[in-house]
Design a protein around this ligand. Structure first.
Ligand code: TXE
Length: 480
């Protein structure tokens, strides 16, 4: 199988005839070749996008909205095929792709199809001066969208949908580790009647194809989700060109568990927030802080629940934890377990690679729970991005807040308490872009999504995304 670029509404081979190998992480086998595109392919994608821009940016909102809804419908119709593709390409449980990834990809298009019809700009009347100001919000032109491997179609469409809804045309690159569903999206867009060149999908590596998008002189904005180091590199390349940048980067999110919480609900959700998608979600709560009075009970109950998680092949209906995305990522995550041991952490459960019968070469790891004794240790400070969590007790609100804020990241935080005063105090003081109280991964697509500190800059979601993908222009009219 060949994963081709989608440029100007057609599937095309990379000009260099260079290919990468695409692995199935649950078996460790290569099952497809991926176009290894270079700057020339990106240039062709840019040209198609540039040509499509005038007509698309002047199309009616009704037309754009109708096409986006059609794309959403087609994704829904192809739910099972797309979910199977995602599970095969990424290693995640099929059940998760069926219930979360693909429905959310469809929801992204449906949401922005509606949002664009409600997006409006401001007017400022300077009373007494006979002046009227209004703001035009115009699409930027050709924009770049670069996405990671953990939630492939989900995050790819989270960028593309608002970009095209706002009237831009796009050059997009999915992760070279999980390109399959992005490849399938091309055909869906054609079927939905998206005009040629509005969305162009280029496959290839970050340093070559990705970098060519970032460095392209006429690509006006970059919306990126991925690792913090890559984000830093992209910012360094794009900032001198004065491009608009939205960077959604890593996280090391704290869970603050107080003794007065709804214990059972907390326990169940904390298992999910620790190990969903093999812990490979930037929003996973990888640092668990528990109030001292319930710490021992929590440890026992949590480990008991984690033991019940079944590590297995993504296609088994009862699999809870699938394969990690790649061999190199498995090795990276496993190396942190060794670091934890050296640092004096106590492995309460897991820590070993798993051999799954019939899938012996897949990249499986036990869900791992580590008790740490110093919140400054590396496993508690660095993003591991796998099925590994740390736990620690705390005595006071002040102490836990200090520990929660002690990392360089600031994406999300989860607080478990029934005390409304404490909820407010912590929500205001915690360094995070998203705070969940008594819930996790509860998303309303209208809300601003993004992080502080090394977790990125900018906000996606709702009108924030539409503002990012448009330029505000003030028009000031003096009248007599
Ligand atoms: O991501 P990369 P990687 C974290 C996680 C993980 C680490 C590294 O800790 O272990 O990042 O993962 C493209 N110019 N997250 O290396 O490289 C790349 O091709 C332009 C958190 O796999 O950041 C891919 O499409 N693009 C995260 C995308 O960037 C470049 C999700 C992301 O890949 C590029 C994934 C360049 N120079 C990993 N270099 C989250 N926030 O959810 C790479 N890319």
């Amino acid at each position: 199988m060949k994963i081709l670029n989608y440029i100007n509404g057609e599937y095309v081979e990379p000009l260099s005839d260079n290919w990468l190998e695409n692995y199935n992480p649950s078996t460790g086998e290569v099952y497809a070749k991926i176009a290894n595109s270079n700057a020339e392919d990106v240039e062709n994608a840019y040209k198609a996008a540039k040509e499509a821009f005038p007509e698309w940016s002047n199309s009616t909102l009704e037309k754009r909205s109708r096409i986006l809804i059609k794309i959403a419908d087609l994704i829904e119709e192809q739910l099972v095929d797309l979910a199977q593709a995602e599970a095969k390409d990424n290693g995640k449980p099929l059940s998760l792709a069926l219930s979360v990834d693909i429905p959310r990809a469809s929801a992204n298009f449906r949401f922005f199809a509606n949002a664009i019809t409600q997006f409006s700009s401001e007017a400022h009347e300077s009373t007494g001066l006979n002046t009227m100001n209004f703001t035009l919000r115009q699409p930027l032109g050709v924009v770049g969208c670069i996405s990671p491997w953990n939630l492939p179609l989900y995050l790819f469409t989270w960028k593309i949908a608002p970009a095209i809804a706002a009237g831009n045309t796009v050059v997009a690159k999915p992760s070279e580790v999980t390109p399959l569903t992005a490849f399938l999206l091309g055909e869906i867009c054609t079927k939905a009647g998206l005009p040629k060149g509005v969305l162009n999908i280029v496959h290839g590596t970050g340093p070559t194809a990705g970098q060519a998008i970032v460095e392209h002189k006429h690509i006006k904005a970059i919306s990126f989700t991925g690792g913090t180091k890559t984000g830093e590199h992209i910012a360094r390349s794009a900032a001198p060109m004065f491009k608009k940048l939205s960077l959604e980067l890593g996280g090391k999110n704290p869970n603050l568990i107080f003794a007065d919480c709804d214990y059972n609900k907390m326990l169940e959700t904390t298992v999910r927030s620790s190990f969903a998608n093999q812990g490979q979600i930037c929003l996973c709560g990888s640092r668990i802080f528990v109030e001292k009075s319930i710490f021992e009970k929590f440890k026992t109950d949590f480990v008991e629940k984690v033991k019940q998680l079944k590590v297995g092949n993504p296609f088994d209906a009862d699999t809870n934890v699938g394969a990690l995305v790649s061999k190199s990522h498995l090795e990276k995550v496993a190396s942190y377990i060794e670091i934890a041991k050296k640092e004096g952490g106590k492995i309460l459960y897991g820590g070993n690679k798993v051999t799954v019968k019939g899938f012996e070469n897949g990249y499986y790891l036990e869900p791992t729970v580590i008790e740490v004794f110093d919140d400054k240790c590396r496993v508690n400070q660095e993003e591991i991005f796998g099925p590994v969590v740390t736990i620690m007790p705390f005595k006071t609100e002040e102490e836990v807040l200090n520990m929660a804020n002690s990392v360089k990241y600031g994406l999300s935080a989860t607080i478990w308490t029934t005390n409304i005063n404490r909820t407010m105090r912590i929500s205001k003081e915690i360094e995070a872009g998203i705070v969940w109280v008594n819930t996790w991964l509860n998303r309303d697509l209208r809300t601003p999504f993004g992080g502080v500190k090394d977790s990125g800059v900018g906000r996606e979601g709702g009108f924030d995304a539409l503002r990012f993908f448009t330029e505000a222009k003030n028009v000031c009219i003096k009248y007599e």
